[in-house]
Design a protein around this ligand. Structure first.
Ligand code: GBH
Length: 505
Protein backbone atom coordinates (compact mmCIF):
# COMPACT_ATOMS: atom_id res chain seq x y z
CA UNK A 1 0.00 0.00 0.00
CA UNK A 2 1.28 3.45 -0.86
CA UNK A 3 1.90 6.26 1.55
CA UNK A 4 -1.01 8.51 0.49
CA UNK A 5 -3.38 5.63 1.13
CA UNK A 6 -1.96 5.10 4.56
CA UNK A 7 -2.30 8.73 5.44
CA UNK A 8 -5.80 8.81 4.03
CA UNK A 9 -6.74 5.99 6.39
CA UNK A 10 -5.03 7.68 9.31
CA UNK A 11 -6.61 11.04 8.56
CA UNK A 12 -10.06 9.59 8.19
CA UNK A 13 -9.65 7.89 11.53
CA UNK A 14 -10.41 4.44 10.24
CA UNK A 15 -7.79 3.24 12.62
CA UNK A 16 -10.33 4.03 15.37
CA UNK A 17 -9.69 1.76 18.27
CA UNK A 18 -6.28 0.76 17.06
CA UNK A 19 -4.33 3.81 18.20
CA UNK A 20 -2.20 3.28 21.27
CA UNK A 21 -3.16 5.66 24.05
CA UNK A 22 -1.59 4.14 27.10
CA UNK A 23 1.45 6.42 26.97
CA UNK A 24 -0.42 9.41 28.38
CA UNK A 25 -1.20 9.17 32.04
CA UNK A 26 -4.64 10.56 32.76
CA UNK A 27 -6.46 10.56 35.99
CA UNK A 28 -9.73 9.05 34.90
CA UNK A 29 -12.03 11.91 35.60
CA UNK A 30 -15.67 11.97 36.44
CA UNK A 31 -16.33 12.57 32.78
CA UNK A 32 -14.67 9.29 31.83
CA UNK A 33 -16.54 6.26 30.50
CA UNK A 34 -19.63 5.26 32.38
CA UNK A 35 -20.77 1.65 32.47
CA UNK A 36 -24.25 2.70 33.46
CA UNK A 37 -24.99 4.12 30.04
CA UNK A 38 -23.44 1.24 28.09
CA UNK A 39 -21.34 3.63 26.02
CA UNK A 40 -18.54 6.11 26.48
CA UNK A 41 -20.78 9.11 27.10
CA UNK A 42 -21.47 9.74 30.79
CA UNK A 43 -25.10 9.90 31.73
CA UNK A 44 -25.05 13.65 32.36
CA UNK A 45 -23.34 14.34 29.02
CA UNK A 46 -24.79 17.51 27.49
CA UNK A 47 -26.00 17.14 23.90
CA UNK A 48 -26.73 20.57 22.53
CA UNK A 49 -27.03 22.84 19.54
CA UNK A 50 -25.40 26.23 18.96
CA UNK A 51 -26.11 29.44 17.09
CA UNK A 52 -24.88 33.04 17.32
CA UNK A 53 -26.86 36.27 17.45
CA UNK A 54 -25.91 37.97 14.20
CA UNK A 55 -26.07 34.70 12.28
CA UNK A 56 -29.69 33.92 13.18
CA UNK A 57 -31.58 36.79 14.79
CA UNK A 58 -32.24 39.31 12.05
CA UNK A 59 -34.24 42.30 13.36
CA UNK A 60 -31.07 44.28 12.79
CA UNK A 61 -32.66 47.68 13.35
CA UNK A 62 -35.63 46.80 15.49
CA UNK A 63 -36.80 47.67 18.98
CA UNK A 64 -33.97 50.08 19.68
CA UNK A 65 -31.05 47.86 18.73
CA UNK A 66 -27.81 49.73 18.05
CA UNK A 67 -25.54 48.96 15.13
CA UNK A 68 -22.83 46.36 15.28
CA UNK A 69 -19.71 46.35 13.16
CA UNK A 70 -21.33 43.55 11.13
CA UNK A 71 -24.36 45.71 10.30
CA UNK A 72 -21.98 48.27 8.85
CA UNK A 73 -19.52 45.86 7.20
CA UNK A 74 -22.22 43.91 5.33
CA UNK A 75 -23.27 47.07 3.50
CA UNK A 76 -19.80 47.41 1.93
CA UNK A 77 -19.57 46.27 -1.67
CA UNK A 78 -17.82 43.00 -2.37
CA UNK A 79 -17.04 41.85 1.14
CA UNK A 80 -19.84 39.29 1.61
CA UNK A 81 -20.85 36.51 -0.78
CA UNK A 82 -23.61 37.80 -3.10
CA UNK A 83 -23.96 40.95 -1.00
CA UNK A 84 -25.83 38.99 1.68
CA UNK A 85 -26.44 40.54 5.11
CA UNK A 86 -27.73 39.43 8.49
CA UNK A 87 -30.56 41.97 8.40
CA UNK A 88 -33.17 39.20 8.45
CA UNK A 89 -31.08 36.02 8.73
CA UNK A 90 -33.31 33.27 10.22
CA UNK A 91 -35.62 35.82 11.83
CA UNK A 92 -34.93 34.01 15.09
CA UNK A 93 -35.79 37.25 16.89
CA UNK A 94 -39.44 36.69 15.97
CA UNK A 95 -39.44 32.92 15.53
CA UNK A 96 -37.48 31.83 18.59
CA UNK A 97 -40.45 29.89 19.97
CA UNK A 98 -40.64 27.78 16.83
CA UNK A 99 -36.89 27.26 17.04
CA UNK A 100 -36.99 26.24 20.69
CA UNK A 101 -39.78 23.81 19.76
CA UNK A 102 -37.42 22.32 17.17
CA UNK A 103 -34.72 21.92 19.82
CA UNK A 104 -37.23 20.23 22.06
CA UNK A 105 -38.25 17.87 19.27
CA UNK A 106 -34.59 17.08 18.75
CA UNK A 107 -34.19 16.26 22.42
CA UNK A 108 -31.42 18.85 22.85
CA UNK A 109 -30.40 19.25 26.46
CA UNK A 110 -28.88 22.69 25.99
CA UNK A 111 -28.91 25.65 23.63
CA UNK A 112 -25.76 27.69 23.16
CA UNK A 113 -26.80 31.14 21.93
CA UNK A 114 -25.06 34.49 22.01
CA UNK A 115 -26.24 37.92 22.96
CA UNK A 116 -26.04 40.83 20.58
CA UNK A 117 -24.15 43.44 22.59
CA UNK A 118 -25.66 46.46 20.75
CA UNK A 119 -29.15 44.98 21.07
CA UNK A 120 -28.95 45.28 24.86
CA UNK A 121 -26.55 48.25 24.99
CA UNK A 122 -27.08 50.27 21.80
CA UNK A 123 -23.96 52.34 22.44
CA UNK A 124 -21.98 49.48 23.94
CA UNK A 125 -21.95 51.12 27.35
CA UNK A 126 -24.35 53.39 29.21
CA UNK A 127 -28.11 53.17 28.75
CA UNK A 128 -29.48 49.67 28.21
CA UNK A 129 -32.32 48.77 25.86
CA UNK A 130 -35.25 47.20 27.73
CA UNK A 131 -36.78 45.65 24.61
CA UNK A 132 -33.52 43.99 23.67
CA UNK A 133 -33.10 42.61 27.18
CA UNK A 134 -36.68 41.42 27.08
CA UNK A 135 -36.04 39.36 23.95
CA UNK A 136 -33.32 37.35 25.69
CA UNK A 137 -35.40 37.07 28.82
CA UNK A 138 -38.28 35.56 26.84
CA UNK A 139 -35.89 33.24 25.01
CA UNK A 140 -34.40 32.04 28.29
CA UNK A 141 -37.86 31.49 29.76
CA UNK A 142 -38.95 29.55 26.70
CA UNK A 143 -35.91 27.34 27.08
CA UNK A 144 -36.72 26.90 30.76
CA UNK A 145 -40.27 25.75 30.14
CA UNK A 146 -38.95 23.40 27.44
CA UNK A 147 -36.42 21.81 29.77
CA UNK A 148 -33.45 23.07 27.74
CA UNK A 149 -30.46 24.50 29.57
CA UNK A 150 -29.48 27.98 28.37
CA UNK A 151 -25.77 28.44 27.61
CA UNK A 152 -24.99 32.08 27.00
CA UNK A 153 -22.03 33.27 24.96
CA UNK A 154 -21.54 36.89 25.92
CA UNK A 155 -19.81 37.92 22.72
CA UNK A 156 -19.84 36.22 19.33
CA UNK A 157 -18.45 38.96 17.06
CA UNK A 158 -21.22 41.58 16.70
CA UNK A 159 -19.25 44.35 18.37
CA UNK A 160 -21.00 47.68 18.99
CA UNK A 161 -20.17 50.14 16.22
CA UNK A 162 -20.21 52.98 18.78
CA UNK A 163 -17.34 51.35 20.70
CA UNK A 164 -15.46 50.58 17.51
CA UNK A 165 -15.51 54.31 16.86
CA UNK A 166 -13.86 54.82 20.22
CA UNK A 167 -11.01 52.59 19.16
CA UNK A 168 -12.60 49.21 19.84
CA UNK A 169 -10.20 46.54 21.09
CA UNK A 170 -7.27 48.90 20.57
CA UNK A 171 -8.56 51.06 23.39
CA UNK A 172 -7.35 49.86 26.76
CA UNK A 173 -10.76 50.74 28.21
CA UNK A 174 -12.34 48.08 26.00
CA UNK A 175 -11.78 45.55 28.79
CA UNK A 176 -13.82 47.71 31.16
CA UNK A 177 -16.56 48.18 28.57
CA UNK A 178 -16.79 44.42 28.30
CA UNK A 179 -16.94 44.14 32.09
CA UNK A 180 -19.78 46.66 32.19
CA UNK A 181 -21.67 44.70 29.53
CA UNK A 182 -21.10 41.48 31.46
CA UNK A 183 -22.45 43.10 34.65
CA UNK A 184 -25.68 43.91 32.89
CA UNK A 185 -26.10 40.32 31.68
CA UNK A 186 -25.19 38.89 35.07
CA UNK A 187 -27.76 41.09 36.78
CA UNK A 188 -30.53 40.34 34.31
CA UNK A 189 -30.00 36.70 33.46
CA UNK A 190 -27.85 34.89 36.02
CA UNK A 191 -30.95 33.84 37.93
CA UNK A 192 -31.70 31.52 35.00
CA UNK A 193 -28.43 31.18 33.08
CA UNK A 194 -25.74 29.10 34.80
CA UNK A 195 -23.44 28.33 31.88
CA UNK A 196 -21.51 31.20 30.31
CA UNK A 197 -18.80 31.70 27.74
CA UNK A 198 -17.14 35.08 27.78
CA UNK A 199 -16.24 35.22 24.10
CA UNK A 200 -16.21 33.12 20.97
CA UNK A 201 -13.01 32.58 18.99
CA UNK A 202 -10.77 35.59 19.60
CA UNK A 203 -8.69 34.36 16.67
CA UNK A 204 -11.56 35.39 14.41
CA UNK A 205 -12.85 38.65 15.89
CA UNK A 206 -9.28 39.89 16.28
CA UNK A 207 -7.38 38.04 13.54
CA UNK A 208 -9.89 37.77 10.70
CA UNK A 209 -11.51 41.09 11.63
CA UNK A 210 -8.59 43.38 12.48
CA UNK A 211 -5.52 41.79 10.89
CA UNK A 212 -6.78 40.14 7.70
CA UNK A 213 -9.73 42.46 7.23
CA UNK A 214 -12.08 39.76 5.92
CA UNK A 215 -14.51 39.96 8.85
CA UNK A 216 -16.12 43.08 10.31
CA UNK A 217 -14.95 45.75 10.77
CA UNK A 218 -12.49 44.85 8.02
CA UNK A 219 -9.26 46.42 9.27
CA UNK A 220 -5.71 45.46 8.43
CA UNK A 221 -3.73 46.54 11.44
CA UNK A 222 0.03 46.42 11.81
CA UNK A 223 1.37 43.61 13.98
CA UNK A 224 1.92 45.66 17.18
CA UNK A 225 -1.64 46.99 17.02
CA UNK A 226 -3.00 43.54 16.28
CA UNK A 227 -1.19 42.24 19.36
CA UNK A 228 -2.59 45.12 21.44
CA UNK A 229 -6.13 44.29 20.34
CA UNK A 230 -5.58 40.62 21.17
CA UNK A 231 -4.15 41.56 24.55
CA UNK A 232 -7.12 43.77 25.40
CA UNK A 233 -9.58 41.09 24.31
CA UNK A 234 -7.95 38.63 26.70
CA UNK A 235 -8.01 41.27 29.46
CA UNK A 236 -11.70 41.74 28.71
CA UNK A 237 -12.28 38.01 28.99
CA UNK A 238 -10.64 37.94 32.41
CA UNK A 239 -12.60 40.92 33.71
CA UNK A 240 -15.77 39.31 32.48
CA UNK A 241 -14.96 36.13 34.41
CA UNK A 242 -14.38 38.20 37.54
CA UNK A 243 -17.68 40.04 37.10
CA UNK A 244 -19.59 36.79 36.71
CA UNK A 245 -17.95 35.31 39.80
CA UNK A 246 -18.80 38.43 41.79
CA UNK A 247 -22.30 39.14 40.54
CA UNK A 248 -23.94 35.92 39.38
CA UNK A 249 -26.97 35.09 41.48
CA UNK A 250 -25.76 31.59 42.19
CA UNK A 251 -21.99 32.00 42.00
CA UNK A 252 -21.36 28.41 43.07
CA UNK A 253 -23.58 26.91 40.42
CA UNK A 254 -22.23 29.18 37.69
CA UNK A 255 -19.83 27.77 35.12
CA UNK A 256 -17.67 30.15 33.13
CA UNK A 257 -15.45 29.34 30.17
CA UNK A 258 -13.62 30.67 27.15
CA UNK A 259 -14.20 29.46 23.60
CA UNK A 260 -11.46 28.96 21.04
CA UNK A 261 -11.35 28.39 17.33
CA UNK A 262 -9.33 25.31 18.22
CA UNK A 263 -6.75 24.61 15.54
CA UNK A 264 -6.28 20.88 15.84
CA UNK A 265 -3.47 18.63 14.73
CA UNK A 266 -3.42 14.85 14.62
CA UNK A 267 -0.49 12.47 14.29
CA UNK A 268 0.03 10.63 11.02
CA UNK A 269 0.47 7.40 12.97
CA UNK A 270 0.35 6.16 16.53
CA UNK A 271 4.14 6.17 16.75
CA UNK A 272 5.20 8.21 19.81
CA UNK A 273 7.39 10.49 17.70
CA UNK A 274 4.42 11.40 15.49
CA UNK A 275 2.17 11.88 18.52
CA UNK A 276 4.76 14.28 19.95
CA UNK A 277 5.29 16.03 16.61
CA UNK A 278 1.56 16.79 16.35
CA UNK A 279 1.57 17.92 19.98
CA UNK A 280 4.46 20.31 19.34
CA UNK A 281 2.65 21.66 16.27
CA UNK A 282 -0.67 22.19 18.01
CA UNK A 283 0.85 24.51 20.61
CA UNK A 284 3.37 26.31 18.44
CA UNK A 285 3.08 29.87 17.20
CA UNK A 286 4.43 29.28 13.71
CA UNK A 287 3.85 32.61 11.99
CA UNK A 288 2.66 36.18 12.65
CA UNK A 289 -1.02 35.48 12.27
CA UNK A 290 -4.00 34.29 14.24
CA UNK A 291 -4.12 30.55 13.50
CA UNK A 292 -2.60 29.04 16.56
CA UNK A 293 -3.84 28.03 19.99
CA UNK A 294 -1.20 28.94 22.54
CA UNK A 295 -1.11 32.70 21.92
CA UNK A 296 -4.82 32.87 22.79
CA UNK A 297 -4.91 30.32 25.56
CA UNK A 298 -1.65 30.40 27.50
CA UNK A 299 -2.22 33.97 28.81
CA UNK A 300 -5.72 33.27 30.10
CA UNK A 301 -5.03 29.81 31.50
CA UNK A 302 -1.31 29.81 32.32
CA UNK A 303 -0.73 33.56 32.81
CA UNK A 304 2.01 33.94 30.22
CA UNK A 305 2.56 34.34 26.52
CA UNK A 306 4.21 31.40 24.77
CA UNK A 307 7.99 31.79 24.43
CA UNK A 308 8.16 30.91 20.74
CA UNK A 309 5.56 33.55 19.97
CA UNK A 310 7.42 36.20 21.94
CA UNK A 311 10.60 35.31 20.07
CA UNK A 312 8.75 35.42 16.76
CA UNK A 313 7.21 38.86 17.36
CA UNK A 314 10.36 40.24 18.96
CA UNK A 315 10.40 44.04 18.94
CA UNK A 316 6.90 44.11 17.46
CA UNK A 317 5.49 42.91 20.78
CA UNK A 318 4.15 45.99 22.58
CA UNK A 319 5.08 46.64 26.20
CA UNK A 320 2.15 45.93 28.46
CA UNK A 321 1.67 46.51 32.18
CA UNK A 322 3.37 43.69 33.99
CA UNK A 323 0.30 43.04 36.14
CA UNK A 324 -1.86 42.35 33.05
CA UNK A 325 -0.81 38.74 32.74
CA UNK A 326 -1.68 37.97 36.35
CA UNK A 327 -5.07 39.57 35.83
CA UNK A 328 -5.68 37.70 32.59
CA UNK A 329 -5.34 34.37 34.32
CA UNK A 330 -8.68 33.72 35.99
CA UNK A 331 -9.82 30.27 37.09
CA UNK A 332 -12.07 28.74 34.45
CA UNK A 333 -14.63 25.98 34.82
CA UNK A 334 -14.13 24.67 31.31
CA UNK A 335 -12.45 25.35 28.03
CA UNK A 336 -14.75 25.53 25.01
CA UNK A 337 -13.31 24.00 21.87
CA UNK A 338 -14.86 24.71 18.49
CA UNK A 339 -13.51 21.85 16.42
CA UNK A 340 -13.98 21.40 12.70
CA UNK A 341 -10.88 19.72 11.29
CA UNK A 342 -7.30 18.68 11.93
CA UNK A 343 -4.03 19.11 10.10
CA UNK A 344 -1.90 15.98 10.10
CA UNK A 345 1.71 15.88 11.30
CA UNK A 346 4.55 13.45 11.52
CA UNK A 347 8.08 13.81 12.80
CA UNK A 348 10.07 15.13 9.86
CA UNK A 349 13.52 14.05 8.79
CA UNK A 350 15.06 16.98 10.69
CA UNK A 351 13.22 15.97 13.87
CA UNK A 352 10.77 18.86 13.56
CA UNK A 353 7.02 18.44 13.03
CA UNK A 354 6.20 18.10 9.36
CA UNK A 355 2.71 18.61 8.00
CA UNK A 356 1.35 15.95 5.67
CA UNK A 357 -0.93 17.40 3.03
CA UNK A 358 -4.24 15.69 2.41
CA UNK A 359 -3.99 13.24 -0.48
CA UNK A 360 -5.55 14.30 -3.81
CA UNK A 361 -9.30 13.88 -3.76
CA UNK A 362 -9.43 13.60 0.00
CA UNK A 363 -12.98 13.96 1.46
CA UNK A 364 -13.99 17.52 2.23
CA UNK A 365 -17.15 19.30 3.38
CA UNK A 366 -18.81 22.02 1.32
CA UNK A 367 -16.41 24.50 2.93
CA UNK A 368 -13.05 24.44 1.15
CA UNK A 369 -11.18 24.79 4.43
CA UNK A 370 -12.64 21.63 5.93
CA UNK A 371 -11.18 18.18 5.21
CA UNK A 372 -13.12 15.39 6.95
CA UNK A 373 -10.73 14.46 9.72
CA UNK A 374 -12.56 12.72 12.59
CA UNK A 375 -9.32 12.29 14.55
CA UNK A 376 -9.56 15.96 15.54
CA UNK A 377 -12.26 14.98 18.05
CA UNK A 378 -9.87 12.60 19.77
CA UNK A 379 -6.55 14.38 19.54
CA UNK A 380 -7.85 17.91 20.09
CA UNK A 381 -9.36 17.28 23.53
CA UNK A 382 -6.47 15.03 24.45
CA UNK A 383 -3.70 17.53 23.65
CA UNK A 384 -5.65 20.42 25.20
CA UNK A 385 -6.25 18.45 28.38
CA UNK A 386 -2.60 17.54 28.69
CA UNK A 387 -1.54 21.17 28.46
CA UNK A 388 -4.33 23.06 30.22
CA UNK A 389 -5.77 20.45 32.55
CA UNK A 390 -9.33 21.80 32.32
CA UNK A 391 -12.63 20.08 31.65
CA UNK A 392 -13.77 20.79 28.11
CA UNK A 393 -16.88 21.14 26.05
CA UNK A 394 -17.06 20.83 22.31
CA UNK A 395 -18.84 24.15 21.91
CA UNK A 396 -19.14 23.78 18.13
CA UNK A 397 -18.75 21.03 15.58
CA UNK A 398 -20.35 20.64 12.20
CA UNK A 399 -19.98 20.99 8.48
CA UNK A 400 -21.42 22.84 5.54
CA UNK A 401 -23.24 20.88 2.86
CA UNK A 402 -24.97 22.18 -0.28
CA UNK A 403 -28.44 21.19 0.84
CA UNK A 404 -31.69 21.56 -1.06
CA UNK A 405 -35.24 20.37 -0.68
CA UNK A 406 -35.56 17.17 -2.74
CA UNK A 407 -38.51 16.20 -4.93
CA UNK A 408 -39.88 14.18 -2.03
CA UNK A 409 -40.03 17.36 0.06
CA UNK A 410 -37.24 16.25 2.38
CA UNK A 411 -33.68 17.40 2.87
CA UNK A 412 -31.31 14.46 2.58
CA UNK A 413 -27.87 15.14 4.01
CA UNK A 414 -26.08 11.80 4.30
CA UNK A 415 -22.71 13.53 4.31
CA UNK A 416 -23.60 15.30 7.57
CA UNK A 417 -24.74 12.03 9.15
CA UNK A 418 -21.54 10.30 8.12
CA UNK A 419 -19.43 13.22 9.32
CA UNK A 420 -21.11 13.44 12.72
CA UNK A 421 -20.99 9.68 13.13
CA UNK A 422 -17.26 9.56 12.54
CA UNK A 423 -16.52 12.64 14.64
CA UNK A 424 -18.69 11.55 17.57
CA UNK A 425 -17.15 8.08 17.53
CA UNK A 426 -13.75 9.70 17.98
CA UNK A 427 -15.07 11.95 20.75
CA UNK A 428 -16.43 8.87 22.49
CA UNK A 429 -13.01 7.30 22.25
CA UNK A 430 -11.42 10.35 23.93
CA UNK A 431 -13.96 10.22 26.73
CA UNK A 432 -13.39 6.50 27.15
CA UNK A 433 -9.70 7.26 27.56
CA UNK A 434 -10.50 9.58 30.45
CA UNK A 435 -10.45 12.96 28.71
CA UNK A 436 -13.03 15.10 30.51
CA UNK A 437 -15.34 16.37 27.79
CA UNK A 438 -18.72 17.14 29.29
CA UNK A 439 -20.76 18.27 26.31
CA UNK A 440 -21.09 18.50 22.54
CA UNK A 441 -22.88 21.30 20.68
CA UNK A 442 -23.71 20.76 17.04
CA UNK A 443 -23.06 23.75 14.83
CA UNK A 444 -25.70 24.58 13.99
CA UNK A 445 -29.39 24.21 14.76
CA UNK A 446 -30.28 26.22 11.64
CA UNK A 447 -28.75 27.07 8.31
CA UNK A 448 -27.70 30.65 8.93
CA UNK A 449 -25.61 33.66 7.91
CA UNK A 450 -22.09 32.25 7.52
CA UNK A 451 -20.24 35.57 7.86
CA UNK A 452 -18.25 36.47 4.71
CA UNK A 453 -19.74 33.40 2.99
CA UNK A 454 -23.26 34.74 3.47
CA UNK A 455 -25.97 32.11 2.98
CA UNK A 456 -23.82 30.02 0.65
CA UNK A 457 -22.80 27.59 3.38
CA UNK A 458 -25.48 25.57 5.14
CA UNK A 459 -24.39 24.23 8.53
CA UNK A 460 -27.83 23.44 9.99
CA UNK A 461 -29.53 20.30 11.23
CA UNK A 462 -32.58 22.22 10.07
CA UNK A 463 -32.81 23.59 6.54
CA UNK A 464 -34.02 27.18 6.27
CA UNK A 465 -35.76 28.46 3.17
CA UNK A 466 -34.62 32.07 3.27
CA UNK A 467 -37.45 33.15 0.95
CA UNK A 468 -40.15 32.36 3.44
CA UNK A 469 -38.34 31.28 6.63
CA UNK A 470 -39.77 27.79 6.41
CA UNK A 471 -37.78 25.31 8.54
CA UNK A 472 -37.30 21.74 7.28
CA UNK A 473 -35.51 19.35 9.62
CA UNK A 474 -32.89 17.48 7.59
CA UNK A 475 -32.29 13.72 7.75
CA UNK A 476 -29.40 14.47 10.10
CA UNK A 477 -31.87 16.00 12.56
CA UNK A 478 -33.67 12.65 12.92
CA UNK A 479 -30.36 10.84 13.09
CA UNK A 480 -28.96 13.14 15.80
CA UNK A 481 -32.21 12.79 17.71
CA UNK A 482 -31.57 9.05 17.98
CA UNK A 483 -28.00 9.66 19.05
CA UNK A 484 -29.17 11.98 21.81
CA UNK A 485 -32.03 9.72 22.91
CA UNK A 486 -29.62 6.80 23.26
CA UNK A 487 -26.93 8.97 24.89
CA UNK A 488 -24.61 8.07 22.04
CA UNK A 489 -25.18 4.30 22.19
CA UNK A 490 -26.81 4.41 18.78
CA UNK A 491 -23.40 5.30 17.36
CA UNK A 492 -22.25 1.75 17.90
CA UNK A 493 -25.55 -0.08 17.73
CA UNK A 494 -26.05 -0.82 14.06
CA UNK A 495 -29.69 -1.69 14.51
CA UNK A 496 -30.43 1.78 15.84
CA UNK A 497 -29.03 3.74 12.95
CA UNK A 498 -28.24 3.41 9.29
CA UNK A 499 -24.84 1.77 9.20
CA UNK A 500 -21.94 4.13 8.76
CA UNK A 501 -18.66 2.50 7.96
CA UNK A 502 -16.04 3.60 10.46
CA UNK A 503 -13.85 0.53 10.69
CA UNK A 504 -11.81 -1.15 7.98
CA UNK A 505 -13.03 -4.24 6.20
C1 GBH B 1 -17.00 29.10 13.77
O1 GBH B 1 -15.84 29.64 13.24
C2 GBH B 1 -17.84 30.24 14.25
O2 GBH B 1 -17.84 30.31 15.65
C3 GBH B 1 -19.24 30.20 13.74
O3 GBH B 1 -19.81 31.45 13.93
C4 GBH B 1 -19.24 29.76 12.30
O4 GBH B 1 -20.50 29.86 11.72
C5 GBH B 1 -18.77 28.34 12.26
O5 GBH B 1 -17.52 28.21 12.86
C6 GBH B 1 -18.68 27.73 10.88
O6 GBH B 1 -17.68 28.31 10.12
O7 GBH B 1 -8.98 27.38 8.50
O8 GBH B 1 -7.24 28.86 7.79
O9 GBH B 1 -8.64 27.83 6.13
C7 GBH B 1 -15.04 28.73 12.57
C8 GBH B 1 -13.66 29.26 12.41
C9 GBH B 1 -12.09 30.17 11.03
C10 GBH B 1 -13.29 28.28 10.27
C11 GBH B 1 -11.61 30.40 9.63
C12 GBH B 1 -12.80 28.55 8.88
C13 GBH B 1 -11.05 29.36 7.56
C14 GBH B 1 -9.61 29.74 7.57
N1 GBH B 1 -13.35 29.51 11.04
N2 GBH B 1 -11.51 29.16 8.91
S1 GBH B 1 -8.56 28.35 7.49
Amino acid sequence: MTDPKLSRRAMLGISAGGVAVASVAHAVSKAGGSKATGGPFPKDFVWGVATASYQVEGAAAEDGKGQSVWDVFCKRKGVIFDGNTGDVACDHYHRFKEDVALMKALGAKSYRFSISWPRVLPNGIGASNPKGLDFYSRLIDELGTSGIEPFCTIFHWDYPQALYKKGGWLNRDSADWFAEYTSLLADKFSDRVKVWATMNEPQCFIGLALLEGVHAPGDKLKIPEYLTAAHNAMRAHAKSVQVLRARARDAKGTRVGYVLAAQITQPASDKPEDVEAARAAIFSVPYKGEWNNAWWTDPVVLGKYPEDGLALFGAEMPKFKSSDLDEMKQPLDYLGLNIYKADTYKRGANGKPEQIPTPPGYPRSGADWQPITPGCMYWGPRYFYDRYNLPMMITENGLATRDQVFLDGKVHDPQRIDFMHRYLAELGRAIKDGIPVTGYYAWSLLDNFEWADGYKQRFGLVYVDFDNQRRVPKDSFDWFKKVIASNGRALTDRSALPFTKVTPG
